[in-house]
Design a protein around this ligand. Structure first.
Ligand SMILES: Nc1nc2c(ncn2[C@@H]2O[C@@H]3COP(=O)(O)O[C@H]3[C@H]2O)c(=O)[nH]1
Ligand SMILES: [Zn+2]
Length: 295
């Protein structure tokens, strides 16, 4: 593994939403992910050996593809934002440890084996994934399936956690499925409707909050410092343009937001931030007023 020296300063920095992913190699990122599980006391609580966690994360690492955006570094950023939000909102005092384990593991697994083409492409091109899942969130269903494959192979070595029956496997799936952006308004509206009178001991409320937290983390690049966010936009556009080029070649419908002839950086960000990111972040900040700072 990596010889990354974990100072107290790094431990604290890792808990902040200003963390810069671009400074670290993948081997170091692996250590940082382990640190998140350790510092949330998940290893001790669920009797997970550090080596087992390391192997699990390595399997995850292997199943992310080398593509511009939906790669292992994106997996890390989403997980790190989730981790940061857990600390910022003091979620440890509000939910059970198993919920934290689910949240972190869902984030780690949420884009497994993404090939760089979105659901619209899968459906229009009638890919194997679209056929397998009847056009219903083909990608997210696939990320779940791969996550299960990995988790099941660790069932015996993680007797107190991910593979076991005590671990609510299914909820990882619900969190990952919640990242399909076609369900954005549905989830946001449900969350809004329970905000007044939100109760952490109400399972329905807590589950919805967990889904909102993974969604927020998934689209949070623009909430990061400019020098962190900018390169991510280039990665995203590279993946978008690659898809639209292929769609043009194959005579498939092209989404305007992916078309290199129509998209500019400002135009793509202004609409996304105003109509997608902010409305979601604002509702989360309604529940946790301390979050105003990252808006
Ligand atoms: N335009 C824009 N879209 C984003 C940004 N971050 C995330 N997204 C979109 O939000 C989506 C979240 O789910 P996906 O990973 O499928 O694909 C992502 C992108 O389409 C961003 O910074 N700008
Ligand atoms: Zn993602």
């Amino acid at each position: 593994c990596s010889s990354l020296e974990v100072s107290e300063e790094l431990r604290q920095y890792l808990k902040t939403p200003t963390f810069d992913n671009w400074q670290w190699e993948d081997a170091e990122i692996m250590v940082l992910l382990q640190l998140m599980y350790t510092d949330l006391d998940l290893l001790s609580t669920f009797n997970i050996e550090p080596e087992v966690l390391q192997q699990f994360l390595f399997e995850v690492y292997r199943r992310y593809n080398n593509i511009p955006f939906h790669n292992f570094k994106h997996c890390f950023c989403v997980t790190q934002m989730m981790y940061g939000l857990i600390w910022l909102t003091d979620l440890r005092s509000k939910v059970e440890n198993v919920d934290l384990l689910i949240m972190l593991t869902s984030a780690v697994c949420h884009d497994l084996d993404h090939a760089g083409y979105n659901n619209a492409y899968q459906i229009n091109a009638r890919t194997e994934l679209a056929l397998r899942y009847n056009d219903i969130s083909p990608l997210e269903n696939h990320h779940c399936a791969v996550a299960f494959e990995i988790l099941i192979s660790f069932r015996d070595s993680m007797s107190g956690s991910p593979g076991s029956t005590t671990f609510r496997f299914c909820f990882i799936c619900r969190c990952i499925l919640a990242t399909d952006m076609t369900r954005h308004n549905e989830i946001l509206n449900k969350f809004k409707s329970i905000l007044h009178g939100f109760d952490f001991s109400n399972k329905e409320h807590k589950d919805l909050l967990m889904m909102v937290l993974i969604k927020v983390s998934d689209i949070s690049n623009e909430a990061r410092p400019m020098e962190v966010a900018e390169p991510w936009l280039d990665c995203l556009l590279q993946e978008f343009f690659n898809q639209s080029d292929v769609e043009k070649l194959e005579g498939l419908p092209v989404s305007p937001f992916m078309d290199r002839d129509k998209v500019t950086k400002p135009s793509s960000q202004i609409g996304f931030i105003r109509f997608v990111l902010l409305p979601l972040f604002v509702e989360l900040a309604n529940l946790f007023p301390c979050l105003e700072v990252i808006q």
